[in-house]
Design a protein around this ligand. Structure first.
Ligand SMILES: Cc1cc2nc3c(=O)[nH]c(=O)nc-3n(C[C@H](O)[C@H](O)[C@H](O)COP(=O)(O)OP(=O)(O)OC[C@H]3O[C@@H](n4cnc5c(N)ncnc54)[C@H](O)[C@@H]3O)c2cc1C
Length: 398
C-alpha cells in the first residue's frame, strides 16, 4: 500500500477513534487485562464498538468479522490508538492472540464461521489446555484422553496451569486420541465447551496475589465430533502453530499497554542526582543506560522483523528469539525498578505506598512467569538452535 493511501487510512482511523473511544478510558489499558466484560461500562461499550468495526482483530478477514486491514494499516491503527491513550480491549485475550489465529489457519469454514465472530466481538472467553502435571516442556507426554464414542468424544484426565479456565466459555486443548501411537503422533486438537458438568476448575493462587490459572479436571466431559481442529492424530502440528502465535504475542510488539515510564524518570524520584541532574550512582546509571539501550534495540529489531515479513502473517520461529529478548529486557527492568525504589519496594497494600509502587512490586513478581509460560526460556533456546541455527537435536523434542 502506498504512502498516500496509508495517510488516508490514518485520517480515517483518527476520525473513527475520536468519535468512538470513550475519553474516560484514556490511559487505562490495564482494564484490558480483565478480558471479556459483560456489563454496560465504558470498557464494554468500547469493546463492542471496536469489535463491530472489526478492529479488535484488525488483520483478520472481513468475512468472519475481522477488520480486513493490511499489516501496515494495522500498525497505523496501533499508532493512532497510542497517540490518544486508546488500547485494544481484548489485547491479552487468548481468543485474539492464539485460538483465533489457529482456527483461521486450520479450521473448517463451519468452525471459522461459528467461532471467529464471537472472538472478534469479545463475547466469549477462551483458554488453552496444553500443560498437564507430567507434561510441561515435554508437552508431547500429555495424557488427557479423548475416546471416540461414535457421535462424540469423551474426555478424561487433567490439565494444569490453564490460564483463565475458571472464567472461560471454551478451551482449545490437546488430547491423546491414539494411545498406541508414538509420542508426537496420536494427539488431536479439540475445541471444547467449558460450560458442562464434566469439567471442574480449581484456581491456583500465585505469589503476586492473583489466581490467574487453574487445575482443570475432565471427568467424562464431552465434545461433538466436529470439535476436531485439523486432522485426527495430527494435533501436534496444530498445537505447535498455536504456540508460534502465542510467542508472537509475547515479543513486546503491540499489546494493549501504553509505553512504560522511562527508568531514568522513575529513578530520579527515588535516588540522589548529581550537580548535572544525572543519577549520582554511576553503577546504577550505567545499568539503567544498558537496559534502556536494550529496550531500544529490541524495539528496532521488532520494527525490522515486521518490515522484513512484508505483511506475511505466518509467525515462523523468529518470535522465539524476540520472546527471550523481551523477557530478559523486561525482567531486568523490573529488577532495576525494585532496586531503585529501595524500601518503597516492600509495599504490598495499605498506606505508605503509592498505587504505582504497589503495582511495580506485583509486576516484578508476576513478570517472573514470562520466562516460563509460552514455553520456557530454555525451550526457546532449543527451538532457536534447532529451527533457526540448524544445530543438531540432542534433546529428543520436536
Ligand atoms: C503464568 C503462567 C501461565 C500459564 N498458562 C498456561 C495455559 O494457559 N495453558 C497451559 O497449557 N499452560 C500454561 N502454563 C504452563 C506453561 O506452559 C509451563 O509451565 C511451561 O511449559 C513449563 O512447563 P513446566 O512448568 O512443567 O516445567 P518443566 O517442563 O518441568 O521445566 C522445568 C525446568 O526445566 C527446564 N527444561 C525442561 N526441559 C528442558 C529441555 N529439554 N532443555 C532445557 N531445559 C529444559 C525448563 O526450562 C524449566 O526451567 C502457564 C505457566 C505460567 C507460569
Amino acid at each position: 500500500m502506498g504512502e498516500t493511501n496509508l495517510e488516508d487510512f490514518r485520517q480515517e482511523a483518527r476520525d473513527w477513534l475520536a468519535a468512538n473511544f470513550p475519553p474516560s478510558l484514556k490511559g487505562h489499558a490495564m482494564l484490558a487485562m480483565m478480558g471479556v466484560t459483560r456489563d454496560d461500562s465504558d470498557i464494554a461499550k468500547w469493546r463492542r464498538a471496536l469489535g463491530k468495526k472489526g478492529w479488535t482483530a484488525p488483520t483478520w478477514p472481513k468475512q468472519y468479522g475481522g477488520g480486513g486491514l493490511s499489516v501496515p494499516q494495522s500498525r497505523v491503527l496501533q499508532e493512532e490508538m497510542r497517540r490518544i491513550g486508546a488500547f485494544q480491549p481484548l489485547g491479552f485475550g487468548m481468543g485474539i492472540t492464539m485460538i483465533g489465529p489457529t482456527i483461521l489457519d486450520y479450521g473448517t469454514e463451519e468452525q471459522k464461521g461459528r467461532h471467529i465472530p464471537p472472538i472478534v466481538m469479545g463475547e466469549v472467553q477462551w483458554c488453552v489446555g496444553y500443560s498437564e502435571p507430567n507434561a510441561g516442556s515435554d508437552l508431547a507426554s500429555l495424557q488427557l484422553k479423548a475416546v471416540d464414542e461414535g457421535d462424540h468424544w469423551r474426555l478424561n484426565g487433567q490439565k494444569t496451569w490453564t490460564s483463565g479456565a475458571q472464567y472461560s466459555d471454551w478451551c482449545g486443548l490437546l488430547t491423546r486420541t491414539d494411545p498406541k501411537a508414538k509420542k508426537h503422533e496420536g494427539i488431536s486438537f479439540l475445541l471444547v465447551n467449558m460450560r458442562q458438568p464434566g469439567i471442574e476448575t480449581r484456581p491456583i493462587a500465585l505469589i503476586a496475589g492473583a489466581s490467574p490459572f487453574c487445575e482443570t479436571f475432565f471427568t467424562d466431559a464431552t465434545a461433538p465430533k466436529d470439535a476436531l481442529l485439523g486432522e485426527l492424530n495430527v494435533g501436534w502440528t496444530v498445537g505447535k502453530r498455536l504456540l508460534q502465535h502465542e510467542r508472537a504475542s509475547q515479543t513486546g510488539a503491540g499489546g494493549p499497554g501504553r509505553r512504560p515510564q522511562p527508568l531514568f524518570e522513575i529513578a530520579k524520584k527515588y535516588v540522589a542526582v548529581d550537580a548535572q541532574g544525572r543519577i549520582a550512582d554511576r553503577d546504577l546509571r550505567s545499568r539503567i543506560t544498558a537496559n534502556t539501550m536494550a529496550a531500544h534495540a529490541h524495539e528496532l529489531t521488532l520494527a525490522r522483523a515486521a518490515a522484513e515479513a512484508k505483511g506475511n502473517q505466518s509467525p515462523g520461529h523468529a518470535p522465539s528469539i524476540l520472546k527471550n529478548s523481551a523477557t530478559a529486557m523486561l525482567q531486568t527492568r523490573a529488577e532495576l525498578t525494585i532496586e531503585i525504589m529501595g524500601a518503597q519496594a516492600m509495599g504490598w497494600e495499605g498506606q505508605g505506598f503509592s498505587q504505582d509502587e504497589i503495582e511495580f512490586v506485583r509486576g516484578w513478581l508476576s513478570g517472573k512467569a514470562m520466562s516460563i509460560y509460552g514455553g520456557s526460556r530454555e525451550i526457546q533456546w532449543n527451538i532457536i538452535s534447532k529451527r533457526i541455527l540448524g544445530l543438531p537435536d540432542t534433546t529428543g523434542s520436536a
